[in-house]
Design a protein around this ligand. Structure first.
Ligand code: BV8
Ligand code: ZN
Length: 246
């Protein structure tokens, strides 16, 4: 049957088939179908707190115990979540594309568990702890930490290894994400409200460097009008269609 509207899956599959370098930017929306609430959606992770209030150095300095209660609660939710078919599709796509980079704003580690390899965690990792005194970093994957706030061996107070509002992104990770966006023939923007900078700026960077940009989101975002193709679909509906043989 002749399709009057070109099928977004077909269009993006064609772009990907012709691409030598692909970059992907993901946000909380790709983990939503794994049961992890998004930040700004209904029933968002931030409970009664405004994101910009709680995920900040000031909130941690003011009340490290409250901050850690929130992160412990999130670690508990994330620990029960499984990667979904959207995460898996991106891991498969990486295996098929000559040069592939996944920049994620998510701190949940689901891309790692789905088998993605080249992952740039631009906002850090909830499973990493960092000492506020000696800056030592370590991974602690226990869903719920026994003692809050956790302490470093040096006695210093440990913080979550994530990037808070007002904090710079890890330099090496961020510059690799910028390079990948600039070099991309195709950028996929999946499950992000595109409100948080500089991460959301990767869209503009890729597009002005000549990439074809497709957004996959269940809702409209500030970049929907800017991208080449805004695909109104969930991550688990859209992404698997990109790796099925046409
Ligand atoms: C920086 C980690 C400078 C921690 C996060 C005023 C005051 C202070 C700062 C600023 C300000 N104005 C601007 C700023 C800068 C600020 C910023 O951008 N603020 C925004 C809110 C205006 N940015 C920063 O502060 C950044 N740092 O600028 O530093 C600097 C430079 C050098 C040296 C020193 C300083 C740092 C930002 C990082 C903040 N950390 N999180 C933690 O997780 O606890 S932010 C948080 O938001 C998460 O990282 C999250 O990933 C990120 C973005 O949210 P999304 O992932 O997009 O999630 P969201 O819920 O918003 O949207 C979900 C989307 O999915 C929706 O569109 C929905 O429709 C869609 N969806 C839902 N279900 C599905 C789906 N899509 C597909 N399928 C589905 N099933
Ligand atoms: Zn220490």
């Amino acid at each position: 049957m002749h399709a009057f509207q070109s099928d977004p899956a077909e269009t993006v599959r064609e772009w990907l088939a012709a691409a030598s370098s692909v970059a992907v930017l993901t946000g909380a929306g790709i983990s939503a179908e794994s049961g992890i609430p998004t930040f700004r959606g209904p029933g968002g992770l931030w409970r009664t707190y405004r994101a910009e209030y709680l995920a900040t150095p000031q909130a941690f300095a003011r009340d490290p115990h409250l901050s850690w209660e929130w992160y412990n609660w999130r670690r508990g939710i994330i620990a029960t979540a499984e990667p979904n078919t959207g995460h898996a599709a991106l891991a498969e796509l990486e295996r098929r594309v000559p040069s592939f980079t996944l920049a994620t704003q998510n701190v949940d580690g689901l891309h790692d568990r789905a088998g993605s390899r080249r992952i740039l965690k631009v906002h850090g990792d909830i499973w990493t702890l960092r000492c506020t005194a000696c800056t030592r970093e370590w991974s602690d994957r226990r869903p719920s930490l026994p003692e809050l706030p956790p302490k470093c061996e040096c006695g210093g107070l440990a913080r979550p290894g994530v990037v808070w509002f007002g904090e710079g992104l890890p330099e090496d990770v961020w510059s690799a994400a910028v390079d990948a966006a600039r070099a991309a023939d195709v950028l996929l923007v999946v499950g992000t409200s595109a409100l948080v900078y500089p991460a959301a700026g990767l869209v503009q960077l890729a597009q002005s460097a000549g990439a074809k940009v497709a957004e996959i989101n269940v809702a409209e975002t500030p970049v929907s009008a800017m991208v080449d193709l805004s695909w109104r679909a969930s991550a688990t509906t859209a992404l698997p269609q990109l790796i099925q043989s046409a």
